[in-house]
Design a protein around this ligand. Structure first.
Ligand SMILES: Nc1nc2c(c(=O)[nH]1)N[C@H]1C(S)=C(S)[C@@H](COP(=O)(O)O)O[C@H]1N2
Ligand SMILES: [Mo]
Length: 199
């Protein structure tokens, strides 16, 4: 294992495989929320996809959990510099949710109960890169971590993985979501350290 020394008297960082630049490993699971934790009863939960032409497709909890789901083990990286390797989730791939949706949109806005939004290019949701997760570590996803269900887009900084997700708007043009409008990067690749606008 290599040791990288950063700057004069800088902190020594172990170079750990799977750890993007500037990140450190954590073994607990920090909670990061911009507001209070919404509590969404399952009979009031729904997920809606709205296309760029205004067509809508909606699933209730029963319909959503009846879709084919997958177990995934992935690394997650928060812009506040913690990373957690080998996290295990169960969820529905966006490929499955978007399979019958007619669209030519290149961009999406993810929406959450409570008003949080974040923008993600369409291609970053497809080809097995993103899920709507409803289990973590074999258990129902806790409200603090986004339960009943949250987005899971592990190849981007974790602010793109919207908690308490309830919809997706498909868009022809990119638009900033909550943190992006506040100066965070429009894309957010942790391997390129795309933390803020201009990175
Ligand atoms: N709805 C919503 N989703 C959100 C956030 C939020 O404030 N609201 N915070 C984001 C950020 S910055 C991070 S790092 C992760 C934190 O997820 P966790 O609390 O499960 O660790 O959720 C992301 N999704
Ligand atoms: Mo974050």
């Amino acid at each position: 294992m290599g040791i990288i020394s950063r700057g004069f008297g800088g902190r020594r960082r172990e170079s750990v495989p799977g750890l993007p630049p500037g990140q450190y490993l954590t073994h607990d699971f920090p909670v990061l929320s911009a507001g209070p934790t919404p509590r969404i009863p399952l009979d009031r939960w729904s997920f809606t996809v709205a296309t760029e032409t205004g067509e809508k497709k909606k699933w209730n909890w029963q319909e959503f959990t009846a879709l084919e789901s997958e177990d995934v083990t992935v690394d997650i990286h928060c812009v506040t510099k913690w990373s957690k390797l080998g996290t295990t989730w169960r969820g529905v791939a966006l490929d499955t949710l978007l399979a019958d949706v007619e669209t030519a949109a290149d961009y999406t806005m993810v929406h959450s109960f409570g008003g949080y939004t974040t923008n993600v290019p369409m291609e970053d949701l497809l080809d097995g890169k993103a899920w709507i997760a409803y289990k973590f570590d074999g258990e129902d996803l806790e409200p603090e971590h986004g339960g009943p269900a949250r987005m899971l887009i592990p190849h981007l900084y974790f602010w793109k993985s919207a908690k308490w997700v309830n919809g997706l708007t498909l868009m022809n043009d990119d638009e900033p979501g909550f943190w992006e409008a506040a100066g965070y990067h429009m894309y957010g690749d942790p391997w390129l350290e795309q933390r803020y606008q201009g990175d």
